[in-house]
Design a protein. Sequence first.
Length: 69
Amino acid sequence: MKLGARNQLKGTVQQIKKGSIMCQITVELDPKGRMSSVCTLDSLKELGIKKGDKVRLIAKAVNVLVIKD
């Protein structure tokens, strides 16, 4: 997948807090740091993201997108 966003950070999913419609995904960054993103529960299920997964965070404007490789 090609992206126009240049700010890509790699990390490991540390925690997923689920609400009734949305969730918050907290990622421990490599080598140091932590960042969170929110998405719908439908997106979480579709992406198959779970605690311990290696992911990339894409920062574009005010959005942070989680991508599982």
